[in-house]
Design a protein around this ligand. Structure first.
Ligand code: SF4
Ligand code: FE
Length: 482
C-alpha cells in the first residue's frame, strides 16, 4: 500500500471499532469528538507532512525490510543519519502542532523490540525476531500507527509485580493456550493509544525469575476484544466543548493519553515477542528509555519554538520587545531550548550499531538530554509567563468581546500598543496559557517530567553510565597523586 494519506488515516480511525470512553461515556468516532479531535489531528499531521514536497525527504525513508518508501515513523534506524533525522523530524512536528503528536513512542518501541528480540534469539535460541519482522513489515507496508504500552499501574511501589496483593497491577500472562496466551492488567497514560492501529505491549521494569509471568511483550490490534481505552482528562479540556471553543488557545492540535485495560485478552503466538524471558525485561526498558529520552530533545524543542515565538510576539504587541530585560529573557529561552536540542543531537551523533543492525542513541547523552527536559521547559514557561504578564490567567473570554454590551470595554481596555487590537493579544496570550497551563501543558510540562521516565530514573542512568573512574585517574595524575 505505501504511504497513507491524512484523510485515509482519519477515515480509517472513524471506521475503527475500538472501545473508547471519555468523561464516562463511550465514544464512537475519536476524530469527531470535540475532546479527542485535536489529538487525532496532531497524529494525522505525521501522515500529511510525509507527502508534502517540503517535508517528505525528512518524513520518509527507505525500509530496510522491503526497500519501499515508508513513513519515518515506522522506520528501524540504520545509521547515525537516521537517528539525527528522527530528532529533526520530531522538532518539525512539535513546531507544527505545539503538543505531543504521539507517534514517536511507538516508533521508539519498534526500534527497541527489533534489537531486543534479536538479542533474545541469540542468547536463548527463541524465534522472536523473525516474528517481529513480519509484524513490522505489516506496519510499514500499511503505514500504521503503533502505540507503546509500557507503564503499568504498579500498585504498591515497594513490592515487585508477583508480590502485589492484586496480581493485575502489572500486565501478566494468565493462561497459556496452544495458539497463544491470555493476558490481563492495564497500562497507564499511554500516549496516542486511542489514535493507534496497533498496541505494542512491553514490560515496564527489570524482572526477576519470580516475576516470569510479567515478562511479556506482544502486539495486538487496538480493537481486540477485551481492550478498553479510558481517556485522560487535561486542564481546561472542556473549553473544547464550548461553542466553537474560542478560548482553547491551540485551535488545531493537542496530545492525549489513556488508561488501556487488558481484560483477559488473547494474543496469538505469532504476535508474542517475549514470553517469560524475564532477564531481558530490564534491557528492553533501558533501550526504550534511551530512544525515547532522546526523542524529547526533538518534540519538546519544537513546542518550545512555538512558545518562544508567541512570547516574542506578545512582547511586540505590548511594546516591550525593545527593552533590554525582555530581549535578555528571550535569548535565555532560546539558549535553554537549543541546549535541549543539542543533547538529543549529541545522543544521535554518538549513536552506535546494535547486534541486530539497528542503531541506538548514546545512552548517557540521551539521559542528560531528558534530565534537562525535566527542567528547562519549566524555566522557558516561567520566562514566557513573566513576559506575557498576569493577564495571561485573568483575561476575559473572546466571547465577551462579541457581547454588544461589554465587547466595547474588552476591545478598549485590552488593546496593546498602537495598532494592536485586543483580539490579537488575547489569542497570543491564550496560546501561551494553553502551552504553560492548559491542555498543552500536559504535553509540554507534565510529559517533560514524567514521560520516558521521571527525573530520578535519568539520574540513576547518568551515574551508571558516566566514567567516574577515568575522571578520577586524570585528576590524580594531574595533581601528582600516585
Ligand atoms: Fe513523541 Fe514527544 Fe509525545 Fe513522546 S512526548 S510521543 S517523543 S511527541
Ligand atoms: Fe512521551
Amino acid at each position: 500500500m505505501g504511504l497513507m494519506t491524512k484523510e485515509r488515516y482519519l477515515s480509517g480511525l472513524r471506521e475503527f471499532d475500538h472501545s473508547v470512553f471519555i468523561n464516562g461515556e463511550a465514544v464512537q468516532n475519536v476524530p469527531d469528538h470535540p475532546i479527542s479531535a485535536p489529538p487525532a489531528m496532531a497524529m494525522a499531521e505525521t501522515y500529511y507532512l510525509a507527502q508534502q514536497e517540503k517535508t517528505k525527504s525528512l518524513f520518509t525513508t527507505k525500509s530496510n525490510l522491503t526497500g519501499e518508501t515508508i513513513n519515518r515513523f515506522t522506520h528501524i534506524q540504520q545509521n547515525i543519519n537516521d537517528l539525527i533525522k528522527k530528532i529533526l523530524m520530531l522538532r518539525e512536528m512539535g513546531k507544527k502542532t505545539a503538543c505531543c503528536f504521539q507517534r514517536c513512542a511507538g516508533l521508539d518501541c519498534l526500534n527497541t523490540v527489533y534489537a531486543i528480540t534479536y538479542d533474545m534469539d541469540q542468547a536463548s535460541g527463541t524465534r522472536y525476531h523473525g516474528r517481529f519482522i513480519d509484524f513490522l513489515r505489516y506496519i510499514q507496508t500499511n503505514d500504521l500507527v503503533t502505540a507503546a504500552c509500557m507503564t503499568d499501574p504498579k500498585g504498591d511501589r515497594s513490592l515487585s509485580p508477583s508480590k502485589q496483593a492484586d496480581k493485575d497491577q502489572y500486565v501478566h500472562i494468565v493462561e497459556e493456550k496452544e495458539a497463544g496466551i491470555v493476558v490481563r492488567g492495564a497500562k497507564l497514560h499511554i500516549t496516542g493509544s486511542v489514535n493507534s492501529h496497533e498496541l505494542v505491549v512491553v514490560p515496564t521494569r527489570a524482572l526477576k525469575e519470580e516475576d516470569r509471568d510479567y515478562a511479556v511483550a506482544f502486539a495486538i490490534p487496538a480493537d481486540t476484544k477485551g481492550v478498553t481505552f479510558i481517556y485522560g482528562r487535561q486542564p481546561s479540556d472542556r473549553r473544547r466543548l464550548e461553542d466553537g471553543g474560542p478560548d482553547v488557545g491551540n485551535f488545531f492540535y493537542g496530545g492525549c493519553e489513556a488508561m488501556v485495560v487488558f481484560d483477559d485478552v488473547f494474543v496469538p503466538k505469532e504476535r508474542i515477542f517475549m514470553n517469560r524471558e524475564y532477564s531481558f525485561a530490564g534491557q528492553l526498558v533501558e533501550l526504550f528509555a534511551s530512544h525515547h529520552r532522546a526523542s524529547y530533545g526533538g518534540c519538546k524543542v519544537g513546542v518550545g519554538d512555538v512558545l518562544i515565538g508567541a512570547t516574542a510576539a506578545i512582547a511586540e504587541a505590548h511594546g516591550t520587545d525593545k527593552s533590554s530585560h525582555v530581549k535578555d529573557k528571550i535569548s535565555e529561552m532560546i539558549h535553554l531550548n537549543e541546549t535541549l536540542h543539542a543533547g538529543a543531537l549529541a545522543s544521535a551523533g554518538k549513536g552506535s550499531r546494535t547486534a541486530s543492525g539497528a542503531y541506538e542513541v548514546d545512552r548517557l547523552m540521551a539521559n542528560v538530554c531528558k534530565l534537562n527536559v525535566t527542567r528547562f521547559p519549566f524555566e522557558i514557561s516561567r520566562l514566557a509567563q513573566d513576559i506575557a504578564g498576569g493577564l495571561l490567567a485573568t483575561m476575559p473570554s473572546l466571547k465577551d468581546q462579541e457581547n454588544p454590551k461589554i465587547g466595547p470595554y474588552v476591545r478598549k481596555y485590552l488593546v496593546g500598543k498602537s495598532g494592536v487590537e485586543s483580539e490579537k493579544r488575547i489569542r497570543l496570550l491564550r496560546l501561551i496559557e494553553n502551552i504553560t497551563l492548559g491542555t498543552g501543558a500536559v504535553s509540554y510540562l507534565t510529559e517533560s517530567i514524567h514521560g520516558a521516565g521521571s527525573p530520578q530514573a535519568q539520574k540513576i542512568m547518568i551515574s551508571r553510565l558516566s566514567d567516574l573512574e577515568s575522571a578520577k585517574t586524570s585528576a590524580f595524575h594531574l595533581c601528582g597523586v600516585k
